[in-house]
Design a protein around this ligand. Sequence first.
Ligand code: FAD
Length: 281
Amino acid sequence: MVNACRPLSLEEALVMRSREATTVFAGGSDLMVRYRQWSGVTPDFSGTVLFVGHLPELQRLDREKDTWKIGAACTITQILQAQGIPDHLKLPLLSMASPSIRNVATLGGNICNASPAGDTLPMLYALDARLTLQSRDNARTVAIADFITGPGKTILAADEILTEITIPPGDWPRVYYKKAGTRRANSISKVTFYAVARFDGDRIADIRMAFGAAAPTVVRNPAAEALLQNIDKNQVPAWLETLTTHYADALRPIDDLRSTGKYRQQTALRILAHFLRRELA
Ligand SMILES: Cc1cc2nc3c(=O)[nH]c(=O)nc-3n(C[C@H](O)[C@H](O)[C@H](O)COP(=O)(O)OP(=O)(O)OC[C@H]3O[C@@H](n4cnc5c(N)ncnc54)[C@H](O)[C@@H]3O)c2cc1C
């Protein structure tokens, strides 16, 4: 039997979370797979299942000046359909799962699941997203890179809920996203790459690049990004070898049933080369 609670407000959810061991359940698209048993048998949850996907406090999606504030229980479909959502936020979401999964899968769930292959994560790292973690008596804001500590591991405390994701302002005329998977829909990524850039004439004014599924957590290398600042975009291919060396050390993917680590690392570096030679320059 599953013990479950459907609170009427965020406050009620936080009180519940402060009192007993709970499993936060948003869309359930990761949890139902993680705790599945044989067909027809109830999933094997430990502790009380705390439903949060319906809470209006977690479904706000606001633009404050140029900062986007996205409630943790906003589904991928809701974000894609929100008015004015810029392309740099949309692109990775469009190739995530299938439309039916996107209707239940939440952004907060993708983050808290902390899979190295989570498709929203490279974008959130590259854009310096910040997360609001709330408990009954406290709220704190942390950078996403500090929140995820390893595969399936985060700093979320047992009495906290991720309530909001904040995307700082940024005008990114160049956006690139590549997902290598077995097929287009419903495939878990073998490796992903997300990049944004802005220019001042032909010079690169700012560039951010992040790899997913290529190490225990998303790989972003500010030192490598800094090498490209102020470079004429047509000169970028000359930096390819140096950049490859920078990233080759950081890209440490695993072997698993979907791919070998070697394939993942080579593919990641090829995507980087393609982006720098063909898409950016
Ligand atoms: C068929 C299929 C295809 C998929 N394809 C993809 C894909 O292409 N790309 C991809 O990245 N993922 C994919 N997924 C995984 C999944 O859909 C996503 O990770 C999704 O975003 C998870 O969101 P959710 O709301 O369903 O999370 P849930 O399953 O509800 O929760 C996931 C984890 O996050 C925790 N959690 C959720 N919300 C909160 C919160 N607000 N505060 C604190 N903890 C919270 C839960 O306790 C749990 O540990 C797929 C899943 C399936 C079943």
